[in-house]
Ligand binder design. Sequence first.
Ligand SMILES: Nc1ncnc2c1ncn2[C@@H]1O[C@H](COP(=O)(O)OP(=O)(O)OP(=O)(O)O)[C@@H](O)[C@H]1O
Ligand SMILES: [Mg+2]
Length: 313
Amino acid sequence: MPAMVEITNAEKTYKGGFQALKGVNLEIREGEILALLGPNGAGKTTLISTICGITMPTGGTIRVGGHDVVTEFRKARALIGLVPQELTLEPFETVWSAVRFSRGLFGAAPDEAYLDDLLKRLSLFDKKHSQLQELSGGMKRRVLIAKALSHDPKVLFLDEPTAGVDVELRRDMWEIVSALKETGVTIILTTHYIEEAEAMADRIGVISDGQLLLVEETASLMARLGKKEMRISLAEPLTEVPASVSDYELTLEEDGALLIYTYDTRAERTGIARLVAALAEAGVVISDVETRQSSLEDIFVGLVRKNDKEDAA
Ligand SMILES: Nc1ncnc2c1ncn2[C@@H]1O[C@H](COP(=O)(O)OP(=O)(O)OP(=O)(O)O)[C@@H](O)[C@H]1O
Ligand SMILES: [Mg+2]
């Protein structure tokens, strides 16, 4: 299947000289949900804005549905729905006029049946004639999604759909997004929360300092995050890992005084009890034990270091 969004060497340098995107390469498949994860100022909104044609890339090419977002802006933009990071709605407008107007903006012919169905899918149908100021925060977010989908786009961008939203509403949003996926819409969302990316996305892209550090299937990334280390301090240093425990994932550090066991917290058994017993059996005396979980931050740091080294090379 061809890529729905193809980003090749995308760069963005803002007026004033700040480079917010430093050569991003990414392909997003039709029908997938991709989460862009990264800290404040990483370039998530900038990347979305360049794909949506809100800001011009200063280098590279971006295609949506095969259309170049600069030279074939209208064709590309017609395929895109965007829910921006900043919430903007007219207080006195009704839900209905808001979605109808958004559809009109894209030059799509009026289609009340499509819009009614959309409002039903987003549980907004009974609010069709309510003014936006009468709606709760969660409903307002749904209206923004309805507006973004009003012209039946093929790709939906959600820029931090759950920022400042309570847990219940967040789960609600996750359900809405997975229901949209069922309709075949390709979805790109940004978030600061790893658990959110895990709950919703097929793949996760990590972006930091204008660079895409990795893109990986959610399951395999989460498996890496599930790795935990048990750091076993030894009373007497060892010269090598005892043969009786050689089938464990063990490394010796600090001149043999520290034995590190890496295990998967998601595995049914961690093997810790058997390892400790086997070490005792082999006559190894343990003086202290500490465990550490590799966090997304560790992965970030590891990746950034690797990047720096490659840059220097
Ligand atoms: N219009 C602009 N002019 C100059 N610099 C900008 C502009 N917009 C964004 N930037 C800078 O580009 C960098 C990336 O900003 P961007 O909004 O893309 O980050 P983000 O990953 O979306 O962050 P957040 O998680 O806070 O939303 C930041 O350093 C920001 O200050
Ligand atoms: Mg942003």
